[in-house]
Design a protein around this ligand. Structure first.
Ligand code: ACO
Length: 268
């Protein structure tokens, strides 16, 4: 980190509130970046460095791309990075990665650093801050909504009977190969014939109900045998488990707000 910022007191200050990401090549530590939140919309890469022996080989670019991706997936709308007026290579790199010039902090280096920093034959005086708009980038991408799952099943007729009894409505019937059912919130579940279908190691399907216990009791009254009864889980969801005719694991649960906003939701 001292390669990127010779002020170890400043490093200590921002490290306490930042995420530090290490770049490993095999077991060799070759680089680092520090992502520091400013507020809920904006974060700054306070420090990025590649071990001198590995510079100029594309690793810095990869690390910067990782930082951009991380900031984006953490929900930030803008990412800042600052460097000295004399750091021509860094200024070129940041602009190649999409950052635009944002602000000049005049005399920043003269004021904050006791020793003069000389680079490319010039004294570093001003700090150039560059900005990358993440939200704009995201706004140009198609919004994705997960609302349809196709389950491979050995017998569509048999599985259709099972899922209809659970309460799903049939909207497409193309027996014996295919059927599509709907849940009350508009999500659809298709059943597709596949003689090798086995749900044992596949994805789990979650059906949420606010009246979980009553719903499970009612389904049991109608002949469904749950593997596990509604139980509070350590991840704060209440869950009961049912296996479908092909061994797919169905979880009946209630999580409410906790699904999208668990106490351990990713934030920095
Ligand atoms: N003009 C034009 N392009 C340049 C110049 C220049 N003077 N110098 C570098 N570049 C380009 C390269 O051509 C390359 O782009 P390309 O792949 O399109 O050709 C890119 O910038 C550099 O790519 P990498 O090889 O991935 O960079 P590297 O692995 O060396 O990492 C880094 C860059 C992190 C700046 C590294 O050199 C380093 O650790 N330097 C010392 C520490 C430092 O200065 N860190 C940044 C301080 S600012 C801060 O931390 C917020």
């Amino acid at each position: 980190m001292l390669l990127a910022d010779p002020d170890d007191a400043a490093i200590d200050r921002y490290l306490t509130k930042s995420a530090v990401v290490l770049a490993l090549l095999g077991e060799q530590l070759i680089g680092v970046y520090v992502l520091c939140p400013h507020n809920i919309v904006s974060a700054e890469i306070k420090n990025i460095a590649i071990n001198e022996a590995y510079q100029g080989q594309g690793y810095g670019k990869q690390l910067l791309a990782h930082a951009i991706q991380a900031a984006e997936s953490l929900g930030y709308q803008e990412l800042l990075i600052g460097t000295a007026n004399t750091s021509f290579g860094q200024l070129a790199l940041y602009q190649k990665m999409g950052f635009r010039l944002f602000e000049i902090q005049h005399n920043y280096f003269s004021f904050h650093y006791p020793e003069p920093i000389i680079e490319n034959g010039l004294q570093a005086r001003d700090r150039i801050v560059l900005l990358l708009k993440l939200a704009e980038d995201r706004a140009n991408r198609p919004a994705l909504a997960l609302n349809q799952i196709t389950l491979p099943v050995q017998s569509v007729t048999h599985s259709l009977e099972f899922y209809s009894r659970l309460g799903l409505g049939t909207i497409v019937l193309s027996l014996p190969h295919y059927a599509r059912l709907s849940c009350h919130n508009g999500t659809t579940l298709s059943l597709e014939e596949d003689e090798n279908a086995s749900g044992k190691h596949g994805a789990r399907i979650y059906f949420e109900s606010e009246q979980l216990d009553e719903m499970v009791a009612e389904l049991e009254n109608r002949g469904f045998r749950f593997e596990t009864q509604p139980t509070d889980q350590s991840w704060l969801w209440r869950e009961a488990r049912l296996i479908d005719p092909d061994g797919h694991i169905l979880i009946f649960y209630h999580a409410g707000e906790i699904r999208l906003n668990p106490p351990w939701r990713v934030k920095i």
